[in-house]
Design a protein around this ligand. Structure first.
Ligand code: HSE
Length: 306
């Protein structure tokens, strides 16, 4: 195989109760990445279309991840990469993670899959570190595995895929402004109150149980962010307005996606999702803030060949 084209999805991370450890891929929204063997050494970005990203091989997340993989495998083959960048950087929906995952997945395939999927995660993380030195693996794991995942950032990035009730959908609004993950993390406290930690643990445990039992009432009751949202909410355009609308419509939860500025709500059923999307679209349109909005299941696929 000399070349490959892959799709690598955007993702929502944190998911209210799981700061840095929960995430899910977004259906049909992501980067298209074309990779081919080259006759020269090294990884080069030949072309970027869509949103602007650095093409310098030391600053581009796809290049850095791919280089980490090739160094590990001790392979000298060069590769050229073209990215159709459909996820705006600084979006809170895993822009850097998608490119990083696409690059390592595609190159591993071209090389005849010497590594298993779970072995690729740590190389994609090398690229993710370019956008934030303290980056967790929530977006990378979501893009790589697809569906709803729980990742352990300490224990060798062990990933658990969680069950998803069929009716569970997310409505995602992405205001087209950039918030850097590093900046969004800098507003967070360095320590947390033990009572809040305890509440967050109960929320996480309850959420996992509600997934297994498909209990939307429990999910609605238990799914809360006690740790992060309050510190970031004011940086996110229209967050308070959108949350008010979502809560009034009795959604399961509404919070910030990753480090923002994207906002997501979980709902059960397509009709509710579509109604919420339309009403939030109107609020964004009135504000003159440019935005994209999506409805996605929580069980869509991860990175794949197209
Ligand atoms: N979970 C991260 C955060 C975002 O909220 O800062 C992306 O990994």
């Amino acid at each position: 195989m000399n070349n490959i084209k892959v799709f690598s999805p955007a993702s929502v991370s944190n998911v209210c109760c799981g700061f840095d450890v929960l995430g899910f891929s977004i259906e049909g929204i992501g980067d298209d990445i074309f990779i081919q063997k080259s006759n020269t050494k090294g990884i080069k970005i030949r072309r970027v279309t869509g949103y602007e990203i650095p093409i310098d091989e030391k600053k581009n997340t796809a290049c850095v991840s791919a280089k980490a993989l090739l160094d590990y495998l001790n392979i000298n083959q060069g590769f050229d990469i073209e990215i159709n960048k459909n996820i705006k950087p600084g979006s809170g929906i895993g822009s850097s993670a998608a490119s990083a995952v696409g690059a390592v997945y595609g190159i591993n395939k071209i090389l005849g899959s010497p590594l298993e999927k779970e072995q690729l995660l740590k190389f994609a993380m090398q690229g993710e570190f370019i956008s934030s030195k303290t980056a967790p693996a929530d977006n990378v794991a979501s893009a790589l595995y697809g569906g709803l995942i729980l990742v352990n950032n300490r224990e060798n990035y062990k990933v658990i895929k969680l069950p998803v009730p069929e009716d569970l959908l997310a409505v995602v609004h992405h205001p087209l402004i950039e918030i850097k993950t590093s900046k969004s993390r800098s507003v967070l406290p360095k320590t947390i109150d033990i009572n809040l930690a305890s509440q967050q643990l109960a929320s996480m445990g309850g959420f996992i149980h509600s997934l297994h039992t498909e209990n939307f009432d429990l999910m609605r009751l238990i799914l809360k962010d006690y740790l992060v949202e309050q510190y970031r909410a004011d940086q996110v355009p229209l967050f308070h307005e959108i949350k008010k609308i979502a809560v009034a419509r009795n959604v399961i939860c509404c919070s910030i996606s990753g480090s923002g500025p994207s906002i997501f709500s979980l709902v059960n059923g397509y009709e509710k999702a579509n109604e919420l999307k339309l009403i939030c679209d109107k609020t964004f349109s009135k504000s003159n803030i440019k935005f994209n909005s999506y409805i996605t299941g929580l069980n869509s696929g991860g990175v794949r060949i197209i």
